[in-house]
Design a protein around this ligand. Structure first.
Ligand SMILES: [Zn+2]
Length: 291
């Protein structure tokens, strides 16, 4: 489905709906004539065809920008690059941008949560924080926003923000260590709050009309979960699975596996800040207790 959002902006939604992708991944076409694609999306032939059919006869894709290395966002990058000759731009491979804490946990063998990490992804052009990349009809600025993924970038087109999976309107973000990082996520939310955004275009779901409100609500939501979690362990040690059932009692049960990853992310963050004890963070169901 192709939606013209502005004269210089089109959105194509991939046909990969699921509880974690919502209605499907959003691919954005930025510019007129020479086009930058933000998040080529999942490796589906019909999605590639939809992107190519959205181009007018005089248009070419010159750049493919990837917000983060999850398969539903980046997997089509090599195929679309082969087809169009565009250069692929991103922060780096999936584990680039990890904090020292997550580096250490990954080195000790903390497994990911099966969130579909694209381990093959390698950009042609590496974009560091604040890198500016431009075509004839567009200029984009990369903002490193680790949290949902270590290598996550948001892209600024003037005061319009492409927020990937860092900020969505319909859902909060999955924070699954060691790729996900709660401390980094909160810092990245605060970082975006330093600038004015007229609109935000997320990796899944509809555009966000008042990004400042959404950023504040997401930060509040996490602080609320954190407070609930700290409260729950005050009465004594709890297994992470029980903690998840308690703190996410308002969340449908089929999402509790994902929710447990968020709880793990909070526990690592609180442990790091000396606010909680944890017997063995690498255990299948770690025991969390108050300090
Ligand atoms: Zn996604």
């Amino acid at each position: 489905m192709i939606t013209q959002l502005a004269p210089d902006l089109r959105r194509i939604m991939a046909q990969n709906p699921s509880p974690l992708t919502g209605t499907g991944t959003n691919t954005y076409l930025v510019g007129q004539g020479d086009i930058a694609v933000i998040d080529p999306g999942p490796d589906l032939p019909e999605h590639m065809a939809a992107i190519l059919s959205a181009l007018r006869p005089d248009e070419v894709i010159t750049h493919i920008l990837v917000t983060h290395t999850h398969l539903d966002h980046s997997a089509l990058a090599p195929g679309l690059a082969r087809k169009t000759g565009a250069v692929v731009c991103g922060f780096g491979p999936f584990d680039a941008g990890r904090s020292a804490t997550m580096e250490a946990l990954a080195a000790r063998g903390l497994p990911d949560g099966g969130e579909g990490i694209d381990r093959q992804f390698r950009p042609d052009v590496t974009l560091s924080d604040e890198a500016v990349i431009a075509g004839k009809s567009w200029t984009l600025r990369a903002i490193h926003t680790p949290g949902h993924a270590a290598s996550h970038l948001c892209f600024a087109l003037g005061d319009r923000l492409f927020s990937g999976d860092h900020m969505m309107g319909w859902s909060s973000s999955l924070i699954s260590p060691p790729d996900g990082d709660m401390a980094a996520y909160m810092a990245s939310l605060a970082r975006l709050q330093d600038e004015h955004w007229s609109q935000a275009f997320p990796g899944h779901g509809a555009a966000i009309a008042v990004p400042a409100e959404r950023l504040a609500a997401l930060a509040d939501h996490r602080r609320g979960r954190e407070a609930a979690l700290r409260q729950a362990v005050q009465s004594g040690p709890m297994a992470l699975s029980s903690l998840t059932a308690h703190v996410y009692a308002d969340t449908p049960i089929h999402l509790h596996r994902a929710a447990a990853r968020n709880v793990l992310a909070h526990v690592i963050d609180l442990f790091d800040r000396n606010d909680l004890q944890c017997d063995d963070i690498l255990a299948p169901d770690p025991i969390v207790s108050p300090t």
